[in-house]
Write a protein that binds this ligand. Structure first.
Ligand code: NAD
Length: 297
């Protein structure tokens, strides 16, 4: 069997197109332009690349992008004061603080100071609690993107066995909540899981979010299963240089799976598309305008 490739790049372009259409409608019908504020503390090169591409895509879908670059030694009080200002700025519908933060800043405190309705990353404890109790919330972008692709591929996920490998607050746990919400039977595996291969072999859906290059081989995959690879790992290439790979061994898994997301070009592009979708959703909720179905849960 050769797996269907789930093209996250094309899917993300479609989602951004839908967001752009809705942004144009908000402007025409309500005179509203959604605004996304991104706060970057320090000059981590990878974070700078993310922030730049987020800003570019925000503008491309017709939203306002507000970038706040702060020095690495910014005090917690100054950062909290900026967030407070953004919380109270009607031009700003979404706020994202780029993680990781420098060590002297308390990440939990900072994230929980964002107004929950503007927390487009979905990391505020209120949003985590709302998602966990099946209520409307801001949903973390990466698992939201995974869910959108799974729904598009399967239609209904009801009754399917799903195994999420990884239990991080950013990916694994919210992914498990979303799959439960769609009536999957969910197992969350992690570094202490006994006999991981046997656990993964039960799954109709495997979501790998570990951060270990190519750790899931094809012989762990049930024939016909859907494999969503969240991992982004840089490894040495045979002939020199580096390349990006996921948490699953693509070639051996694609030979057994029914469908699989590639790395790059799978989950990654969906994350920013979902950030834009969340900013649109936040703007609609803030103004009592019906939300666009399919762009949120
Ligand atoms: P994390 O380090 O916070 O969590 C990793 C999880 O993997 C932990 O819960 C741990 O228990 C589990 N784990 C570690 N070793 C394991 C093992 N041997 N067997 C089973 N489980 C094991 O990582 P994260 O933030 O969830 O990110 C995971 C991966 O996803 C990383 O490669 C990251 O770069 C990538 N990521 C991609 C996107 C995207 O947009 N595509 C977004 C976020 C994260």
């Amino acid at each position: 069997m050769t797996a269907t490739i789930i093209d996250g790049k094309a899917f993300a372009a479609k989602v951004r197109g839908q967001v752009a259409e809705q942004v144009a409608r908000l402007k025409a019908d309500h005179g509203l332009i959604p605004g996304l504020a991104v706060v970057l503390v320090g000059a981590d090169p990878a974070s700078e690349v993310y922030v730049r591409s987020k800003g570019k895509m925000t503008v491309e879908v017709g939203m306002n992008s507000f970038e706040h670059k702060l020095a690495a030694d910014t005090s917690e009080a100054d950062l909290l004061a900026l967030i407070d200002k953004l919380n109270n700025d009607p031009q700003v519908n979404g706020i994202l603080v780029q993680l990781p933060l420098p060590d002297h800043l308390n990440e939990d405190l900072v994230i929980n100071s964002i107004a929950p309705q503007k927390d487009v990353d979905g990391f505020h404890i209120s949003n985590v609690g709302l998602l966990g109790t099946g209520q409307k919330s801001m949903v973390p972008c990466t698992p939201l993107g995974c869910l959108m692709m799974l729904r598009a591929h399967h239609g209904s996920l009801s009754g399917l066995d799903a195994v999420v490998i990884g239990r991080s607050n950013i990916v694994g746990k919210p992914m498990a909540q979303l799959l439960l919400g769609d009536s999957c039977t969910v197992t969350v595996a992690h570094s202490r899981t006994r006999d991981l291969p046997a656990v993964v072999r039960r799954a109709d859906i495997v979501v790998a979010a570990v951060g270990r290059a190519q750790m899931v081989p094809g012989d762990w995959i049930k024939p016909g299963a859907t494999v969503i690879d969240v991992g982004i790992n840089r490894i040495e290439k045979d002939g020199g240089g580096t390349r990006l790979v996921g948490d699953v061994d693509y070639d051996s898994c694609a030979a057994v799976a029914g469908a699989i997301t590639p790395v790059p070009g799978g989950v990654g592009p969906m994350t920013i598309a979902c950030l834009l979708a969340n900013t649109l959703t936040a703007t609609c909720r803030d103004n009592n305008i019906p939300e666009t179905t399919g762009l949120t849960v």
